[in-house]
Design a protein around this ligand. Structure first.
Ligand code: ADE
Length: 249
């Protein structure tokens, strides 16, 4: 009758994030991801990379071999940090995710794959990136995925982690109030019409002289589905012609 405590839920995923700006990741305590943590579906642990530096200045970077601008993150500091995270081992090793503009594109399919792993470790680079030997070394110990969230260069991996964790968390069982909303998302496999969702409307029926399309108020579910598929196809062709096969009407 509304007074029962919620059903106990099992942990679906553990996420560790290593960064020199752990405060940047505070939004992981808000909204959907924060709720998933509080309900026990998700366990997020943040680790300060500088805690693994060995000198007085807690240095994490140095100039690049071969010359060039900027600084590169040191492999020894990253090695200590990641070893300490991996030492908290569960039965199977984690997937190590390294956000970088030179990685594979982050897509709905990649989010699904990562959501299927029980343990993700994110390594946030800054400056010109992390010494490449770190990725080479950990490939022998776990799956390593270097991933880009888009063809744009950010100041570091933290904002990319916020994007990826939110996209992944909403795919975990029990995280979304209504799982049907994920099934109907843009990019959901088998979406009717096209890969992008069309426009949506709510009350009031007329706002500043603009009316809601009458078909949506007709009560005819078949007509509504056909209209939405058409809008989805039109929008996909207009916004993302690269995603629409040329032979689709
Ligand atoms: N770090 C800097 N730019 C990035 C990007 N586009 N994707 C992921 N990580 C990044």
């Amino acid at each position: 009758m509304g007074t029962e405590p919620p059903d106990p839920v099992g942990l679906e995923m553990r996420i560790d994030v290593v960064s020199i700006f752990v405060d940047y990741l505070a939004p992981l305590n808000l909204s959907l991801v924060g709720r998933a943590q509080r309900s026990g579906l998700l366990d997020v642990q943040l680790h300060d990379l500088r805690g693994h530096a060995t000198d007085r200045h807690r240095t994490v970077d140095d100039s690049p071999y071969g010359g060039g601008p900027g600084m590169v993150m040191r492999p020894d500091v990253w090695g200590e940090a990641l070893d300490s995270v991996l030492a908290q081992a569960s039965e199977s090793p984690p997937v190590l995710v390294v956000p970088t503009p030179s990685g594979e594109p982050f897509t709905a399919a990649v989010a699904e794959e990562l959501a299927g792993s029980g343990w993700l470790v994110f390594a946030c680079g800054r400056y010109e990136g992390i010494d490449a030997r770190v990725m080479t070394h950990y490939r022998d110990r776990c799956e390593v995925r270097e991933i880009s969230i888009g063809d744009v260069v950010l100041a570091g991996g933290e904002a990319a982690v916020l994007v990826m964790v939110e996209a992944i968390a909403r795919l975990l069982p029990g995280v979304l109030g209504n799982p049907a909303s994920a099934a109907d998302d843009s990019f959901a496999p088998g979406r009717a019409g096209g890969p992008l969702e069309g426009p949506v409307y709510t009350r009031p029926p007329v706002w500043r002289g603009l009316s809601v399309p009458p078909v949506l108020m007709s009560g005819d579910h078949g007509e509504v589905s056909r209209w939405r598929a058409q809008e989805s196809a039109d929008r996909s062709r207009a916004m993302r012609p690269d995603l629409v096969p040329p032979d689709v009407p």
